[in-house]
Write a protein that binds this ligand. Structure first.
Ligand SMILES: Nc1ncnc2c1ncn2[C@@H]1O[C@H](COP(=O)(O)OP(=O)(O)O)[C@@H](O)[C@H]1O
Ligand SMILES: [Mg+2]
Length: 264
């Protein structure tokens, strides 16, 4: 069993281009609340890590700190060998970080295709232009269409987002996250609210992610999460409780007590 000390050994290596992510003592306070305390993890390029833990454990906060939406109170975050602790969300996105949200942020009144095209264009760092005309051979349009095919929405491009099912909206969010060709993908509860059939589609999609793409996955459905990753970090009340392979995590009594047993 790899214990938490395996990821909080001091000093944590700085990593290089082949290390997607290094968290070294990452901490976040909200006033008097310790939302995250001393999280240290090394994720190699192509690594897949599930972040699990009960509601309020600090999982989404961790994603916000990595994406740059929010700054850590303490600790260091490195992406591909570069210290980005003080770098903006925009610059981190350019370094290859792409995130889906626990609460959807799609443009409901726009078409499916437009949502992906906007993301593709925004990913280049050029200003967003919402109403540029569809040119079928425009690079962004081609990219967006290819990505929609890949996530199984090839026939839905012209439909309004509001007309998609919940499962299809989740597929679309993944298309949006992938169209910028990220190097590190952060997925926050992508299966939340999905039916069993929709979950199966999502699992297939995540299993087919490119090998070199590194991924962090927050997911309450343990059977889904643990099948898709090589390592798992379990947080409880902002504190790293366990770190190990899926088998090690399944067998960990502390994890079973705080998380698996509770099944929230
Ligand atoms: N912006 C914020 N301001 C104050 N407290 C916050 C904020 N964001 C999260 N928290 C608190 O931090 C803790 C961790 O929240 P969160 O990261 O959303 O947990 P999880 O995603 O694991 O359910 C919770 O107690 C939550 O209420
Ligand atoms: Mg959350």
């Amino acid at each position: 069993m790899s214990s938490v000390s395996a990821v909080s050994s001091s000093p944590v290596p700085a990593g290089d281009e082949e290390t997607a992510l290094v968290l070294d003592g990452v901490t976040r306070r909200f006033g008097g609340l310790m939302a995250l305390s001393g999280v240290s993890v090394v994720l190699p390029r192509g690594g897949r890590l599930a972040v699990i833990g009960p509601n309020g454990a600090g999982k989404t906060t961790l994603f916000r700190l990595i994406s740059g939406e929010m700054r850590a109170s303490d600790g260091t975050i490195r992406l591909f060998g570069e210290d980005v602790s003080r770098v903006s969300e925009r610059v981190r996105a350019r370094r290859g970080v792409s995130r889906t949200f626990q609460v959807s942020n799609l443009f409901a009144d726009l078409s499916v295709l437009d949502n992906v095209r906007i993301a593709a264009q925004a990913g280049t760092g050029r200003p967003r232009r919402f109403w540029w005309p569809v040119r079928e051979r425009d690079d962004f349009t081609v990219k967006a269409r290819t990505m929609l095919e890949r996530v199984g929405l090839g026939r839905r491009g012209a439909d309004r987002v509001a007309d998609l099912s919940h499962g299809e909206q989740r597929q679309l969010e993944i298309a949006i996250a992938l169209v910028v060709e990220p190097r590190l993908l952060l997925l926050d509860e992508p299966a939340a609210g999905l039916s069993a059939a929709e979950r199966k589609v999502l699992r297939g999609l995540l299993e087919e992610l490119p090998d070199g793409l590194s991924m962090l996955l927050i997911e309450h459905d343990m059977s889904l999460a643990l099948e898709l990753v090589d390592h798992v970090l379990c947080l409880d009340n902002g504190v790293p409780l366990a770190y190990g392979t899926p088998d090690e995590i399944r067998a960990n009594p502390a994890v079973q007590a705080v998380y698996l047993g509770r099944r929230d």
